[in-house]
Design a protein around this ligand. Structure first.
Ligand code: BJW
Ligand code: ZN
Length: 240
């Protein structure tokens, strides 16, 4: 199956790569779901909400700060690097990620559609100002804006809307794709996961790269069971 998919990628033009937390596992960043996804006995679903932040901003910030520290120590893996290389070969390539860790940027990918925001950007809950802040660890939690308001991570929590401009661009890329790679996502969080079915309905060949089955496995054309950092370099080999 790997050889066939490699040839199809080489022949495709409008390729979309859609990535989730599994993309960064080999960089040392845990996924959300499964036994590794717990942080101090809290589930992501209990922490990644505006309600949790209102009730206990310090607790939610401690979670984000500990993740920022881990992400700052991590490096892009061979999978991130292969996707950046694919973009250099294919002018109509689009990278859509659910990840907030910044590893695609650091691997050299451009024009990334970040559906769930960016952990390195902070937004004031009072005046809305956004600032990039890469300090780890942050000194005082929660961090404060110049206006005195609390800063929050500029990420998308459950029950919050995704940026409509980013989502529109993602829908357009999915509808127009001839090849759609879904990589390292459990495909249960919407509206992001809906992109896979949308691409399929509009004629894309769908490839899934994941060591485990997902909510979409039965509907994809090529389910490849394996780790992103091992499979992607095989699908996107160095050019002769
Ligand atoms: C590997 C690997 C290796 C391991 N290589 N792979 C329709 C139906 C039902 C519910 C809804 C619906 N539409 C909307 C909802 C509600 C909700 C939702 O989807 N809930 C579901 C849980 C059911 N969605 C929302 O609330 C969204 N907003 C919205 O809909 O707004 C409209 C609205 C407004 C008001 C009221 C109602 C609706 C927003 C969703 C935001 C998600 N945010 C998070 C946190 C971001 C910030 C942060 O990081 O802290 O985004 S949650 C978390 O899940 C994060 C991820 O991006 C997202 C997806 O997770 P992902 O990436 O798939 O990770 P995992 O852990 O699930 O899977 C990892 C995979 O990797 C596994 O499959 C492994 O096997 C694999 N793997 N090693 C390759 N080496
Ligand atoms: Zn402010």
């Amino acid at each position: 199956m790997i050889d066939e998919v490699r040839d199809r990628i080489a022949a495709a033009t409008r390729i979309v790569a859609f990535t989730g937390a599994g993309m960064s596992v080999e960089s040392g960043i845990p996924t959300f779901r499964g036994p590794e996804g717990l942080w101090r006995k809290f589930r992501a679903e209990d922490l990644a909400t505006a309600g949790a932040f209102r009730r206990n901003p310090k607790l939610v910030w401690e979670w984000y700060d500990s993740r920022r520290q881990n992400m700052a120590r991590s490096e892009p893996n061979a999978g991130h690097i292969a996707l950046a290389e694919l973009q250099r070969r294919k002018p109509e390539f689009t990278l859509i990620t659910q990840n907030i860790d910044g590893l695609h940027d650091r691997a050299g990918s451009a024009d990334i559609l970040k559906l769930h925001g960016d952990i390195w950007v902070l937004r004031c809950v009072r005046c809305g100002r956004e600032v990039e802040d890469r300090r780890v660890p942050l000194e005082d939690l929660p961090p404060r804006c110049e206006c005195g308001g609390m800063l929050r991570p500029a990420v998308v929590w459950f029950g919050e809307y995704l940026d409509p401009g980013v989502m529109d661009a993602a829908y357009r890329a999915a509808v127009n794709a001839d090849m759609f790679l879904t990589i390292g996502t459990s495909a249960i969080v919407h509206p992001a996961a809906g992109l896979i079915g949308l691409a399929k309905e509009h004629g894309a060949v769908v490839v899934e790269i994941n060591p485990a089955e997902t909510a979409y496995s039965e509907r994809v054309d090529y389910p490849i069971r394996g780790a992103a950092g091992e499979i992607l370099p095989q699908l996107i080999p160095p050019e002769e």
